[in-house]
Design a protein around this ligand. Structure first.
Ligand code: PMP
Length: 433
C-alpha cells in the first residue's frame, strides 16, 4: 500500500512554460453557451452550411476511386492544395510562388500561428500585439518563451449622431513606434481584425511596415478574414508593401474562407527563408494534416480561381451575404440602445452595453471585468450568448475596455431574428415599470 502511495509524484508535474496560461475564454464561454443559450452569437462559426461545391468535393474525395486519399499525404501540404494556393496567392500578390517552399498547410490557422511563434521566438524576445487581439496570441508567445508587448487601438469619438465604426479605432503612431526596440522579434497583425472587424487602411499598414523594416522585425499576418470585407473596402496584404515580403508570414484558414470551421484546414504563405523554419516545427509536432479535407479545399480553390472576380465566386458572394447580416444586427442593436461599432469586415460586431448596466449591477472590487460578468448574466438570464471584449485584452488592460461585448453575425436569418426578439423583449421590460 505504502509503495502505491509513494508512486504518486510529489514534484510539480506542470512545465514552467504553462504557468498562468491555463484559462481560456472559449472553453469557458462555449460551455456556458451550450448550457444556457437559446441563441448563440458567441464563438465565431457560421450556423449556415458551407457551399455545395465544397461539400460535394469532400464527398468525392471521401468515396471516390482514389482510396489513397485516406492515407498520409505530403507532410507540408497535400500537393494539389499547395499548388492551387501558390497559384491563387501568387495572383493576389503579383509574384511567382513555389508550392513546395512558399506554402505550408496547417491544422487551421491556430497551428499556423503556433508554428510561427515556436519557429521565430526565442527566450526573452519581444512580440508586439495590437489590442484588442485574438486571444491565443498572448499564451502562444509566452509558451515560446517570448514577452508579449501590447499596443492598443484607441477609439476616437464618432461624428455627432453617427454610429462608431471599427475604423474609428486607430493606432497612435508615436505609441506604436515606442514599442519597437532591438528586443522586438515580431509583430502580429490581424487585419481584418477579430474582435472589432477593423480593416487596416493602407496608411496604417505602411506605418507598421516602415517600423518592421527600420527595426528588422518579422510580421505574422493573420488574414483569416481576408475575404470578409464590406462596403467596398479593400483588404490590403501587408506582404505586398515595400520590404515586407521577405519578413512576413501570411496566415489563412479554409474554415473562414469556405464557412467550414470544423475542417481545420489552414495555411501559411511566405518566403522560404521563413517557411523553412515553420516546416521544422510542423514536422516535429503535427507532421501532416487530414488528406481528404485538403483535397476538398484544393478543389474549392480551383473553382474560385476559375471564377476569380466573377459574381458567382464564393469570395464575392459570401461577403455580400454577411454584409446584409451585419446590417440587420447593427439595426437590432441600435434600436434597443446597445450601441454597435459598425465593423468593416469579419464575422464580428462589438457593441456598447452601458445602457444595460442597470440590469446587471457592478460588483465592487471583483477581479472579473464587468463585461465578462455581464455576458455570463446575459446567457443565463436572457439565453443570448456573446463574448466579453475584455477577453481580447491582456491581463493589465482588461478593465480599460470593459463595457463592450462581441457578437458573431455569421448566422442564419432565423438566428439573427431570434436574437432581435430577445433584445426587443429585454428593452421593453427595461422601459415598462
Ligand atoms: N485567427 C483569428 C483572428 C481567428 O479569429 C481564428 C478563429 N476564430 C483563428 C485564427 C483560428 O482559425 P482556425 O479555425 O482556422 O484554426
Amino acid at each position: 500500500l505504502s509503495l502505491s502511495l509513494q508512486a504518486k509524484m510529489s514534484r510539480p508535474v506542470q512545465a514552467r512554460r504553462l504557468e498562468g496560461i491555463d484559462k481560456n475564454v472559449w472553453v469557458e464561454f462555449v460551455k456556458l453557451a451550450a448550457t444556457y443559450s437559446t441563441v448563440n452569437l458567441g464563438q465565431g462559426f457560421p450556423d449556415f452550411p458551407p457551399p455545395d461545391f465544397l461539400k460535394e468535393a469532400f464527398v468525392r474525395a471521401l468515396s471516390g476511386e482514389n482510396h489513397m486519399l485516406h492515407q498520409y499525404t505530403r507532410a507540408f501540404g497535400h500537393p494539389p492544395l499547395v499548388k492551387i494556393l501558390a497559384q491563387y496567392f501568387g495572383k493576389l500578390l503579383g509574384r511567382d510562388l513555389d508550392p513546395m517552399t512558399n506554402v505550408m498547410v496547417t491544422v487551421g490557422a491556430y497551428q499556423a500561428l503556433f508554428c510561427c511563434f515556436q519557429a521565430f521566438v526565442d527566450e526573452g524576445d519581444e512580440v508586439i500585439i495590437i489590442e484588442p487581439f485574438f486571444d491565443c496570441y498572448e499564451p502562444m508567445v509566452k509558451m515560446a518563451g517570448g514577452m508579449p508587448v501590447f499596443v492598443p487601438l484607441r477609439p476616437k469619438a464618432p461624428k455627432d449622431g453617427k454610429l462608431m465604426s471599427s475604423a474609428d479605432w486607430q493606432l497612435d503612431p508615436a505609441e506604436l513606434a515606442s514599442k519597437f526596440s532591438e528586443r522586438t522579434k515580431a509583430i502580429v497583425l490581424n487585419s481584418p481584425n477579430n474582435p472589432l472587424g477593423k480593416v487596416f487602411s493602407r496608411g496604417e499598414l505602411e506605418l507598421i511596415a516602415d517600423l518592421c523594416v527600420k527595426h528588422d522585425v518579422l510580421c505574422i499576418s493573420d488574414e483569416v478574414y481576408e475575404w470578409l470585407v464590406y462596403d467596398g473596402k479593400e483588404h490590403i496584404r501587408i506582404a505586398s508593401l515595400q520590404g515586407m515580403w521577405d519578413r512576413t508570414v501570411i496566415i489563412g484558414s479554409a474554415g473562414k474562407t469556405f464557412s467550414a470551421t470544423g475542417w481545420k484546414v489552414g495555411w501559411t504563405v511566405g518566403p522560404n527563408r521563413l517557411l523553412q523554419h515553420l516546416r521544422t516545427v510542423h514536422q516535429n509536432s503535427v507532421y501532416h494534416c487530414a488528406t481528404v479535407a485538403q483535397e476538398a479545399v484544393a478543389q474549392g480553390f480551383q473553382r474560385e480561381l476559375e471564377l476569380y472576380g466573377k459574381p458567382e465566386s464564393y469570395f464575392i458572394q459570401l461577403p455580400k451575404e454577411l454584409q446584409q447580416k451585419r446590417d440587420w444586427l447593427v439595426q437590432s442593436l441600435d434600436a434597443v440602445g446597445m450601441k454597435p461599432i459598425v465593423p468593416e469586415g469579419t464575422y464580428f460586431l462589438v457593441a456598447d452595453i452601458s445602457e444595460f448596466k442597470s440590469d446587471v449591477p457592478d460588483v465592487p472590487d471583483s477581479d472579473e471585468p464587468y463585461d465578462s460578468r455581464f455576458a455570463k448574466w446575459m446567457v443565463k438570464n436572457k439565453g443570448l450568448a456573446a463574448i466579453p471584449l475584455s477577453a481580447f485584452y491582456c491581463g493589465a488592460h482588461k478593465n480599460n475596455y470593459n463595457h463592450f461585448i462581441r457578437f458573431c453575425f455569421a448566422k442564419e436569418e432565423a438566428t439573427l431574428k431570434a436574437a432581435n426578439d430577445i433584445l426587443q423583449k429585454w428593452k421593453l421590460e427595461k422601459t415598462s415599470p
